[in-house]
Every structure is written in structure tokens, then in C-alpha cells.
Design a protein around this ligand. Structure first.
Ligand code: PMT
Length: 411
């Protein structure tokens, strides 16, 4: 269990019935060694008492911009914090923060900090599902705010549904994760994501079903582990602020962007689904139906992964994927060897909940360690794409540190 000794956490509590659970969060953070500065909104004070948080926290509760000895308590709190946690975060606080408005001590502190911010929304299902709340949250996520999502269960008034504050133990675990050492600090990571589109004419293209979920999960996980991350992507999906995005469409555009970005990268991941063929001569104008069925001649696209393999510098780690519908390991093994990758993440995209578009994936990671002729196979069971990303990065990290994790030789 990661100790939080010496870490300064501002615990913002806003006005919802779930405020009582913040008491438990406060106690657990202090037990782990954190210095907790509780900040309660006027709404929170209607649900929980100041004395409780003053007794359990590391300093007296603050509730106002105007009641401290210092005339600017929000800047002291914001500047000194290693992390600001808002638990529970009401729709009002999320909206005010997203709009950049500071109308109380908590929202002023949120704007006055450069520390990571974690919000734990809690509200009635109707409010949680309202597009305004979801848009505010998406905006905050794009700016790098971390969200501990609510669960389903009993809400105030006896209703049952989504919107219930995450359990205190999960909130504290999220804080610990964020404040734990960053194993990829100093790494430059480049990830390709999404599916390429090869034009047939100005309105039609050859494409595939890649949503970018797996590529973006890898980028977000690498970023959370402290890396500087560039994503070369064909899709727009939310990413934490601080990740550099390069938008491309075709395989050729992706090739150029990847080859340029990979030059000084420590880790390069080709998670994108790149078209294998493209029309030789895309029509300049829309192909008309009344001209009959067109004959579209195709040519192979450049193999980006193989190109990256050919320019790979010593110490750089190159990760490819293999999307298969049969003979998963054999096909993936062939790609590992032919394309010069250190690691191939193979997914059977015909299996349920695996591969394209799903939120989950199931993979076998094939890895050839430096100086070894053997290939290890690491099975990662069906899980959220973010956890699949974490498993891939664990293996990539182990290549750098020379660790030997598994001993499952494939030959
Ligand atoms: O985006 P999602 O909806 O989340 O779906 C995830 C995914 C299924 C796209 C992902 O898990 C995945 O499998 N990505 C690779 C898809 C693919 O193109 O596989 P492949 O077996 O055809 O190619 C093998 C490797 O060569 C891949 O790393 C691919 O990026 C690369 N490649 C392929 C063709 C080409 N012309 N250039 C390449 O670099």
C-alpha cells in the first residue's frame, strides 16, 4: 500500500448527501500519512459538521475565502497542494470549475493550483446523465482532471441508479495511484491510434472499424506513468491535457508522422489499424452511379511498423499489434519477426468483446527480450482496454529494466 507520508492533499467537500463518506476518505488519507487540508462549501456544511473534519484532518476546516488570517487562502492551499481531491463533487462544482468561475474557496483553490485534481462526482441519476454535466466532465477530462466515476446503487430519497459516490477505499486508491512514483518519467512515447482512411474519391474511402479506444488507452496510461506522449491519430477522442496529438487520415500521412515522431522516442507503439491496400488513383470528383460499377485498382500501403523497425535505434522499444481472426499466435509470431518489433500484442478480433470498438480487449503479448532468441507469450485475460494498456506497458518497462517476468517460451 503506497504511503502518502508528507503529501499535502486539499480535500474539497461539496454539498451532497454523500459528503458523509468524505469523512472516511479524510481518515484514510491521514492514516496513510497525508497532510489533509479540508475545505467545505456552504452546501457541504448542511450535510456534515466542521468539527468532524477539523478533528480528523491535519488542520482546521476552511469554508470561506474570507475567514483565514491570510487574505488569500486559496493561493496558499492551491500552491502547497500535491493533489486536490473533490469528494463528493456536485454538478454545481463541476460546472463552476469547467467554466473557470471561482465563487467560493473550493472553486478558487481549484483554479489556483497546478497540482493534479481528482473529482468524485455524486448526484442523482437524472443530473449525472444530463448532457450539461457530461459535457462539463468531458471538458475537465480534456484539461487533465482525473475522475473517479460514480457507481450504481441506492441514492438519497431511496432511488436506485447511477450517481452514487465511489467507495472511499476506491477514492483513496485513485489518490495513491496518482501520487505514486512515475515509472515512465523521462520517457518519450509515441502511439498511433484509430483506423486509416484511404480515399476512393472525395466522399468515399476504404476504412476499418478501429475506434482508437485501445491506442488512446495506451497513450493515457503512458502519460499517467509520467511519460511525455505524442499520439498520431485518425480519431478525435478525449485525452488528458498535456498529450500532444497529431491528426492524420491516410496510411501515408500516418507513416510520415510516425517516422518523424519516432526519431527520438524511447517507446513506439503501433496500435492503429492501418489499411493494407489503397486505391492507386483516387478520383478527383465524386464517382457517379450512372457511369456504371467502377473498377478500383488497389496497391499496397507502406508498412509503417516494418519501416519503424528498420530505423529503430539501440534501446528503443517498438511495439506492434496483430489483429487476427485465426491462428493468433502463429500469425503474430510471424509479424514479430518480419516487422522488427520487440513486442507484438495479438488480439483475436473475432472473439466476443475483443478488439475493434469494444471497451474491453483480450491479448497475448509476444516478447523477444534483448539478446534472447526465445519468444515469451504472456496471456492477458479479457479486461478494460486501459488495463490491457497497463499490461503492455509493464512488459515494455521490463525490457528497459532488464527484468524477466515470465518464462513461457514459444520458440
Ligand atoms: O481502435 P479500437 O477500436 O480500440 O480497436 C483496437 C484494435 C483492434 C485496432 C487494436 O487492438 C489492434 O489490433 N491494432 C492493430 C490493427 C492492425 O492493423 O493489425 P494488423 O495485424 O493488420 O497489423 C499488424 C501491425 O502492423 C499493427 O501494429 C499495424 O499497426 C501495423 N501495420 C499494418 C499495416 C500497415 N500498412 N502498416 C502498419 O504499420
Amino acid at each position: 500500500m503506497t504511503s502518502l507520508a508528507g503529501r499535502r492533499i486539499v480535500l474539497g467537500v461539496s454539498g451532497g448527501i454523500a459528503a458523509y463518506k468524505a469523512v472516511e476518505v479524510c481518515r484514510r488519507l491521514v492514516d496513510l500519512g497525508a497532510h489533509v487540508s479540508p475545505v467545505l462549501t456552504q452546501g457541504a456544511l448542511r450535510f456534515v459538521g466542521e468539527t468532524t473534519f477539523s478533528a480528523l484532518g491535519s488542520e482546521r476546516v476552511q469554508t470561506s475565502l474570507w475567514d483565514e488570517v491570510s487574505p488569500i487562502p486559496h493561493t496558499r492551499l492551491g500552491q502547497q497542494a500535491d493533489l486536490v481531491l473533490v469528494c463528493p463533487a456536485t454538478a454545481r462544482v463541476l460546472g463552476t470549475f469547467a467554466a473557470g468561475i471561482s465563487n467560493d474557496l473550493l472553486t478558487a483553490t481549484l483554479l489556483a493550483t497546478r497540482a493534479p485534481v481528482v473529482v468524485c462526482p455524486a448526484m442523482h441519476t437524472e443530473m449525472w446523465e444530463h448532457p450539461a454535466v457530461q459535457d462539463n466532465l468531458a471538458l475537465l477530462v480534456r484539461r487533465g482532471v482525473h475522475v473517479v466515476p460514480p457507481g450504481e446503487g441506492r441514492l438519497a430519497g431511496g432511488d436506485i441508479g447511477k450517481g452514487r459516490l465511489a467507495e472511499p477505499v476506491d477514492v483513496v486508491a485513485a489518490v495513491q495511484r496518482l501520487l505514486s512514483p512515475k515509472p515512465l518519467a523521462g520517457w518519450r512515447v509515441v502511439v498511433s491510434s484509430g483506423g486509416t482512411r484511404e480515399p476512393i474519391d472525395p466522399v468515399r474511402f476504404i476504412g476499418n472499424r478501429s475506434s482508437g479506444k485501445q491506442g488512446h488507452a495506451l497513450a493515457s496510461e503512458a502519460f499517467e506513468r509520467g511519460a511525455s506522449v505524442t499520439v498520431v491519430t485518425t480519431v478525435d477522442r478525449p485525452l488528458p491535457a498535456g498529450i500532444v496529438q497529431e491528426r492524420v487520415e491516410t496510411a501515408e500521412q500516418m507513416r510520415q508522422a510516425m517516422m518523424a515522431a519516432a526519431v527520438d522516442a524511447d517507446l513506439v507503439v503501433m496500435a492503429a489499424a492501418v489499411a493494407d491496400f489503397r486505391p492507386v488513383d483516387p478520383a478527383a470528383g465524386k464517382i457517379k452511379k450512372d457511369k456504371g460499377v467502377p473498377q478500383i485498382v488497389l496497391e499496397p500501403t507502406p508498412d509503417i511498423l516494418a519501416g519503424l523497425g528498420s530505423i529503430k535505434r539501440p534501446g528503443q522499444i517498438l511495439v506492434g499489434f496483430a489483429a487476427e481472426t485465426s491462428d493468433l499466435r502463429d500469425n503474430a509470431l510471424g509479424k514479430l519477426t518480419r516487422k522488427g518489433a520487440d513486442l507484438i500484442v495479438a488480439n483475436d478480433v473475432s472473439a466476443p468483446q475483443v478488439g475493434f470498438e469494444h471497451d474491453t480487449n483480450q491479448v497475448v503479448i509476444l516478447v523477444r527480450r534483448p539478446g534472447s532468441d526465445e519468444v515469451e507469450a504472456i496471456d492477458v485475460p479479457l479486461d478494460d482496454k486501459r488495463r490491457i494498456a497497463a499490461a503492455v506497458l509493464d512488459v515494455a518497462q521490463s525490457l528497459r529494466s532488464g527484468e524477466h517476468q515470465h518464462d513461457n517460451a514459444l520458440g
